[in-house]
Design a protein around this ligand. Structure first.
Ligand code: SF4
Length: 324
């Protein structure tokens, strides 16, 4: 149905306009590509590029080095990137495959945190295999190009296969991601500059493909963070619950203890709720924490963003000893 023209147009567009200089496009090292794919799942290219990709590779130059490191060390390098399950899955996968990623897409897709699209991306970008990818940007381009009102995974995979340029899968997949990020953007797509424009079925009303899903307002939770000080050291816990598992932080409770003195409030929005957290210090409160730390020691722990926000409250300044 779709001749080579649109596929050739996508290929030619990538040669001229693609983001060839991204570091994960300058390597065929599967681990580097895998790392970039995982980091980019929920984070923008700019953030990954400027703050996380290179420091992580410097600390963990091989997947084997990830496998050999404790989870705490991996989480520390992920600190601030959010969605920490990604880091835990990366660590788990590194151990499972003993630092060597399998080459087969189905074996890759069976590893924790690697879905079908990520497995295809690794196989295409590292080994030039002819497999389509289906990340959020590509889904949007396909929905518009084929005028699909609903994002149906099965249909989208069929369409992705249909459009794939099997002779140039590397360039095709990179181009589709770039077109989604730079041209066929969620708002105001630039159809005039788009290589798919000639045969695009959705270009008259791109906003209808897919039809917008009503956003559900996330609930707000109000909680209290306990600032526990002992001889100038700060008492922290290592989280055991699913959210932020493995990260260090302040103990949180639902009810403000009596005698509590407020140090200020911080807020943080997670994917499924907004947290309003009041940090309080209370004298004579005996709670079990997992350890007491000085400023220097805290700097070496992996903390979540919300706990870091508490540490930066003006009322916290000068309360914790710098060194032991
Ligand atoms: S022509 Fe417009 S709507 Fe169609 S894929 Fe290109 S940018 Fe998106």
């Amino acid at each position: 149905m779709f001749g080579l023209n649109v596929k050739q147009a996508i290929y030619a567009w990538y040669q001229k306009n693609g983001r060839h200089d991204l570091p994960w496009r300058q390597t065929e090292e599967a681990y580097h590509i895998y790392l970039s794919e995982i980091m980019l799942q929920q984070t923008q290219v700019k953030t990954v590029l400027e703050r996380f990709y290179f420091p992580f590779l410097e600390r963990f130059p091989t997947l084997k080095s990830v496998a050999e490191a404790p989870l705490d060390a991996v989480l520390k390098m992920w600190e601030g990137l959010g969605y920490y399950t990604r880091a835990k899955n990366l660590h788990h996968t590194a151990i499972t495959c003993n630092g060597i990623l399998p080459r087969h897409p189905e074996e890759l897709g069976g590893l924790k945190g690697i879905g079908k699209s990520t497995a295809h991306a690794i196989c295409t970008f590292a080994h030039h295999e002819a497999l389509p990818i289906l990340d959020a940007n590509v889904k949007r381009v396909l929905c518009r190009y084929f005028a699909l009102s609903v994002k149906d995974e099965k249909v989208l995979w069929e369409k992705a296969w249909e459009l794939l340029h099997v002779k140039h899968p590397y360039e095709h997949n990179q181009a589709m991601m770039d077109i989604g990020a730079m041209i066929c953007t969620p708002k105001n797509p630039n159809c005039l500059e788009c290589p798919l424009s000639f045969t695009c079925k959705g270009k008259e009303a791109p906003e209808n493909y897919p039809l917008p899903v009503k956003k559900v307002k996330v609930p707000t939770k109000q909680r209290v963070a306990l600032v526990i000080l002992k001889e100038g050291k700060l008492g922290l816990i290592q989280r055991k619950e699913r959210l932020l598992h493995g990260l260090w932080g302040f103990m949180q409770v639902d009810v403000r203890p009596g005698n509590a003195e407020s140090l200020g409030k911080v807020t943080h929005t997670y994917s499924h709720f907004k947290l309003e957290l009041e940090a309080v210090i209370c004298k004579d409160l005996h709670v079990n924490v997992d350890g007491y730390f000085t400023d220097d020691q805290i700097a070496k722990l992996a903390l979540s963003t919300v706990d870091k926000k508490i540490l930066r409250l003006p009322a916290m300044m000068g309360n914790i000893s710098p060194t032991s």
